[in-house]
Design a protein around this ligand. Structure first.
Ligand code: RFL
Ligand code: PHB
Length: 391
């Protein structure tokens, strides 16, 4: 098999890159190890930044998003039993976010690829990338019980944090930066209308909680829990009681309860590998960087990476110049580190460390009070949350 751009991984990064390249007339093939159903069901992100929304629209993948997605103009911060709204458009010159689940973005992109005949192979597990520093890198993969090779001009590793593409960058040129957090999230989906119009991020003496949503009928909620927590230890009643306690405010507000349809524990990690390119192999999305989900940045970083990369491939095609491809890693890492900082800031400001001192708690509350009372501090949060322009 032969292609111009070989894409490893059919998550949001790989699928969006393939869409952008296909629209620009650049030939590509996507290899995804899982089956279609699995990829379409994986519960993950829910918030799209303004520029992610714009890119999806511009590549013809925004129709259902615009029909079913929920445009949000702000978020609510809760602490000290009080609520504070952060208004995005007034603080950012009109930027907003969209609540539209990653599962739906993935479904829309897969449907477009299949109807356009873009080669997208499910059950194609990549074992190795060879010849990154040659003109013809080769991807070795297994498909329907057979060993196959895909010879490419370029390879893009969009294979997530546990993928194989990262190892195509030799250790002697690779630098990694990492931080683990001493807590996880218990995430639940519930068949109950959201109890709020906008997302609620809650700091409480019992730990962090987040109220998000998937639709006017389905709520998505998260609780900070200790690392190693078994979801089986959390009955539905215990989940609702704990959420209600963490969201409690001195105002007339109640958390609506309903049947919980899924429960999972997610570890939190910050991770960056540099550079995001070696020879003819590029890394994009979670293959190159991970953020804790508190800032809602992971999917958006993946979208930004592949937008920058697709533009660089188009520039090469149109002008013969590789200057944008050569700048890819530096261009992306600048945004990546901003998002790493913001995600770390949101995480450490809102969560309670095991054994946290009163001093630390006072600092967190002071920071939250600053955001609630200073338009400058609020604007800093709003700009980061709605996302820096993709460029
Ligand atoms: P993915 O989605 O992990 O996709 C990688 C794909 O590669 C495949 N793969 C391989 N294929 C072939 N051969 C191999 N050897 C392969 N190895 C792996 C995998 O099967 C998979 O299909 O990475 P990608 O595309 O970079 O996308 C990244 C996002 O999925 C991730 O950053 C976000 O989900 C993070 N995230 C959030 N991001 C946001 O922007 N906003 C949010 O609100 C948000 N909430 C979240 C999140 C992540 C969460 N979890 C579960 C970590 C909430 C949660 C709970
Ligand atoms: C979600 O809806 O899944 C979600 C929203 C905001 C976050 C993280 C996850 O910060």
């Amino acid at each position: 098999m032969r292609t111009t751009v070989g894409i490893i991984g059919g998550g949001p990064a790989g699928l969006l890159l393939a869409r952008l390249l296909h629209r620009a007339g650049i030939d590509c093939t996507v290899l995804e190890s899982r089956d279609r159903e699995y990829v379409e069901r994986r519960q993950r992100a829910g918030i799209l930044e303004q520029d992610t929304v714009d890119v999806l629209r511009a590549c013809g993948a925004g129709e259902r998003m615009d029909r079913e997605g929920l445009v949000h103009d702000g978020i609510e911060l809760r602490f000290d039993r009080r609520s504070h709204r952060i208004d995005f458009p007034s603080l950012t010159g009109g930027r907003r976010v969209m609540v539209y689940a990653q599962t739906e973005v993935v479904k829309d992109l897969i449907a477009l690829h299949l109807s356009d005949g873009v080669p997208l192979l499910f059950g194609a597990a990549v074992r190795a990338v060879e010849g990154a520093d040659t003109d013809r890198p080769v991807v070795r993969f297994e498909h329907q019980g057979r060993e196959e090779t895909l010879t490419c001009d370029w390879v893009v590793g969009c294979d997530g944090f546990h993928g194989v593409a990262r190892s195509a960058v030799p250790e002697r040129v690779r630098e990694t930066y990492e931080r683990a957090y001493p807590y996880s999230w218990l995430g639940v989906l519930a068949d109950v209308p959201p109890s709020c119009d906008e997302l609620v991020y809650a700091h409480s003496p019992r730990g962090f909680a987040l109220h998000s949503m998937r639709s006017p009928e389905v709520s998505r909620l998260y609780l900070q829990v200790p690392n190693g927590t078994d979801p089986a230890d959390w009955s539905d009643e215990r989940v609702w009681d704990e959420l209600a306690a963490r969201f409690a405010v001195d105002a007339d507000w109640e958390l609506e309860r309903g049947p919980i349809t899924s429960k999972a524990v997610l570890p939190m990690r910050s991770f960056v590998t540099e550079p995001m390119r070696y020879g003819r192999v590029f890394l994009a999305g979670d293959a190159a960087h991970i953020v804790p989900p508190t800032g809602a940045k992971g999917l958006n970083l993946a979208a930004a990476d592949v937008t920058v990369l697709a533009r660089a491939f188009v520039h090469l095609e149109e002008t013969g110049s590789a200057e944008l491809l050569d700048a890819y890693s530096d261009t992306c890492l600048r945004r990546v580190w901003r998002a790493e900082h913001f995600s770390y800031f949101m995480t450490t400001t809102l969560h309670t460390d095991p054994g946290q001192s009163g001093f630390q708690t006072r600092l967190q509350l002071s920071q939250l009070d600053r955001i609630a009372s200073s338009p400058h501090a609020a604007a800093e949060l709003a700009e980061n949350y709605t996302g820096l322009p993709f460029g």
